[in-house]
Design a protein around this ligand. Structure first.
Ligand code: BG6
Length: 508
């Protein structure tokens, strides 16, 4: 993990040495992911001195192009994105040395992912170690791995490595994820596959492990005896933007829950691993995901945004977005309750919600503690004390907020609600980061800790399988853009005598 040579490692990759020499082959070199995230990440890695001299990039895509045109196009998009306030990449200027390092190593190959000639041409250009990055639509994942395997490009020999990075979505349900796993594992070993979930590249997600396991204060209370419930939220203000074509058959559940939300769930609820080695961590995460009871449709709500106001401007309904059907019942919001059937968490509900076009952008895990046992305040005006809440925030601020009750100064015993707020940026310098640096570096150094193993992915799909199968198509609750989601989501918690914490992050 870049710049994190702390306790979160137990293998050779220290995070401060350049990665070993290799070729990064990007299938989908003309795509959005390459421009928006992979190039800025490589630029940041070059700036940090973490790319080796023997590094090169081969971009493969179906349109005409040359090494020079690829270099020109990507130089232009780097400039554009650095100035675009909505992009993940922010820079006052592009450092000529760092970008020059990346740009001069870019090469282009025109090729159809369905044709063996493409892979023969890749083979002619790749010697030694290589990382093959599938930055393409999900329907090509299996095709590309088959092509690489058939061309002999996945054979590792003489100390060289051949690795394949696969983006999400990995499958669209349990059966298709199992099929894709079976298909790719015919071509190479599990250890050669790096299944990406970009939430694992977020610094705070990684730091949840450190927060939980490096603090004795938390260890004894992180369990069913002391925790009432947990709320995991990923609320976005953006709509579906130009991605209607992808989103229509996908929806919020497939897009966010078995992958991103389950990664947060695993981090907050997994058992301590025996070490920070990749297999130790991934085994604990898979074990936790496998303990999630399949979620019945009665414990879930799906919503879709209608027209409304978002961040001060009028925005259209989901059904009026480009490439979306006028009568679409695809969900843009999902809320659900899940249970983890193991000793630590039996009986503790985990509430999960995610949606587009909500009031605020907020990604967080909130842990709500049980009340103190002796109702000392029963006969006072303070009888209903709010629980102690620990909010691990991921976006927009990275930090931990704790909300608890204190005595208001004065003659009477009056209770007031207060909060301590810790922000990473108050203690540690910001490092240039668009979120893929760590993942790319780890893949090149062979550290799979932050990548998903097949069993983890399949367990996520298994948990949501009853929802995908059983949700009647028409059962979608509407919410206005710019709101906190449909009323039905509030009812889901009200049935249990609970409520969602506010999306503005204010003290509950
Ligand atoms: C992506 C989803 O995987 O994650 C998007 O496809 C979503 O729909 C995005 O907007 C959220 O990621 P982040 O990092 O912006 O919270």
């Amino acid at each position: 993990m870049v710049g994190q040579k702390t306790a979160l490692k137990d293998d050779a990759a220290s995070g401060t040495r350049p990665a070993p020499p290799c070729t990064l082959v990007i299938f989908g070199a003309g795509g959005d992911l390459t421009k928006r995230l992979l190039m800025p990440s490589l630029y940041n890695l070059a700036g940090a001195g973490l790319l080796p001299d023997g590094f090169s990039i081969l971009g493969v895509d179906h349109s005409d192009g040359t090494d020079d045109s690829l270099r020109e196009n990507l130089t232009r998009t780097m400039e554009e994105f650095s100035k675009d306030p909505t992009s993940e990449f922010h820079a006052d200027h592009i450092d000529a040395k760092s970008w020059g390092f990346v740009r001069d190593r870019l090469h282009y190959l025109k090729g159809d992912f369905e044709k063996p000639e493409t892979f023969a041409a890749v083979k002619a250009k790749v010697q030694g170690s290589a990382v093959f990055y599938c930055a393409v639509a999900a329907r090509f994942f299996g095709t590309i791995v088959d092509g690489l395997g058939a061309a002999g490009l996945l054979k590792e020999s003489d100390g060289t490595f051949r690795r394949v990075v696969i983006e999400k979505p990995f499958g669209s349900d349990l059966a298709s994820a199992e099929d894709l796993d079976a298909r790719i594992l015919k071509q190479a070993d599990e250890k050669q596959f790096y299944r990406i979930d970009h939430f694992l590249g977020k610094e705070t997600v990684q730091s949840i492990m450190a927060f939980r396991f490096a603090n004795g204060l938390l260890e004894p209370v992180w369990r069913r005896e002391y925790i009432d419930s947990v709320q995991i939220t990923a609320a976005e203000t953006v709509g579906v933007e130009e991605r209607g074509g992808f989103y229509e058959p996908t929806g919020a559940l497939r897009d966010m829950v078995p992958n991103h939300m389950f990664q947060l769930l695993c981090m907050v609820a997994m058992e301590p691993p025996n070490s920070f080695g990749a297999e130790a961590v991934r085994s604990e995460k898979a074990k936790l995901a496998q303990a999630v009871k399949p979620i019945p449709p009665a414990d879930a709500v799906r919503g879709q945004y209608t027209a409304g106001t978002s961040e001060g401007r009028d925005v259209p309904a989901y059904r009026d977005e480009p490439h979306v059907a006028k009568d679409s019942v695809t969900e843009t919001f999902v809320a659900l309750k899940l249970h983890i059937e193991n000793w630590r968490w039996a009986g503790v509900p985990f509430y999960v919600r995610t949606g587009k076009r909500m009031t605020e952008r907020r990604t967080e895990i909130a842990v709500l503690f049980k009340p103190a046992p002796f109702k000392l305040f029963e006969d006072t005006p303070n009888a209903d004390l709010a629980p102690t809440v620990m909010r691990i925030t991921i976006d927009p601020d990275h930090g931990v907020n704790t909300e608890f009750n204190v005595k208001v100064p004065g003659p009477e015993m009056k209770i007031g609600r207060v909060r301590t707020a810790f922000k990473y940026s108050d203690f540690f310098p910001n490092r240039p980061n668009v979120g893929y640096e760590t993942l790319l570096y780890d893949c090149m150094t062979g550290d799979a800790t932050l990548f998903q193993r097949a069993d983890n992915i399949e367990a996520g799909w298994a948990a949501v399988d009853p929802l995908l199968k059983g949700w009647p198509q028409a059962d979608v609750a509407f919410y206005p853009a710019g709101s906190a989601g449909p009323k039905e989501a509030d009812d889901l918690l009200a049935r249990d005598g609970r409520h969602w914490l506010g999306l503005d992050g204010a003290t509950d």
